[in-house]
Design a protein around this ligand. Structure first.
Ligand code: 5RP
Ligand code: FE2
Length: 229
């Protein structure tokens, strides 16, 4: 049986009311999110702080069945693998920029029962992440400088997505930053299938409709390519 790509929407709770992390997260799942994208920042790799594994573990105690992806914007990704696995994380996505042992980190993530995602910032060439595709489960192309929610989508990053999709038809490619109804066509047509959307979803009056619009747009683009093969 051939494997096929699926459109998946993972809202980011970064810009929501974090004092209500559980309620906000549950609401997103109830409104049709496929997974939750949890932005972890260490104040060193990026100039901002969010939360770490103790909070993720508390969230997991209240939300048993959602797929949790942690987007690790940290200088020492290796340090947090075991605690995040213990916190119930399903996918550990880290930036390749601050480390030299990407393969080893991916191996360790998998040994801890999680999927491994490799991420690049806008200034990092796509070739630098391409060499790790065989050891990773997903590639994240950032469409803003990591660190803050609510920034403007960087359309020029779509060339990286197009390149990866052309050469790796079944690769899970995620985009993150400034993605919403006004930029989703761009992402879908370039070939992204995993969509992180923060402000556009959490700030929307109708979360369910917004999540559906994002998913339908991406799935339609995937099906179109499938039908021309
Ligand atoms: O990783 C991130 C920022 O570093 C966030 O996931 C991202 O910015 C999502 O928020 P928005 O859709 O509002 O841009
Ligand atoms: Fe993120």
């Amino acid at each position: 049986m051939s494997r096929s790509l699926k459109a998946l929407i993972g809202p980011s709770i970064l810009n929501s009311d974090l004092s209500k992390l559980f309620e906000e997260s549950q609401k997103l799942m109830d409104n049709g999110a496929d997974y939750l994208h949890l932005d972890v920042m260490d104040g060193h790799f990026v100039p901002n702080l969010t939360f770490g594994h103790p909070i993720v573990k508390c969230l997991r105690n209240h939300i048993k069945d959602a797929f949790f992806e942690t987007h690790m914007m940290v200088s020492r990704p290796e340090q947090w693998i075991a605690p995040m696995a213990d916190a119930g994380v399903n996918q550990y996505t880290f930036h390749i920029e601050p480390v030299t042992n990407v393969e080893e980190i991916c191996r360790k993530i998998k040994e801890h029962g999680m999927k491994a995602g490799v991420a690049i910032k806008p200034g990092t060439p796509v070739e630098e992440v391409e060499e790790y595709i065989s050891v990773a489960d997903m590639v994240l192309i950032m469409t803003v400088e990591p660190g803050f929610g609510g920034q403007k989508f960087m359309e020029d990053q779509m060339a990286k997505v197009q390149y990866l999709r052309k050469h790796y038809p079944l690769l899970n490619i995620e985009v993150d930053g400034g993605v919403g109804p006004s930029t989703i066509d761009c992402c879908a047509n370039a070939g992204a299938n995993m969509i992180v959307s923060g402000t556009a979803v959490t700030g929307s009056k109708d979360q369910m409709a917004t999540i559906k619009l994002l998913r339908d747009t991406v799935q339609t683009a995937i099906d179109k390519v499938k039908n021309t093969e």
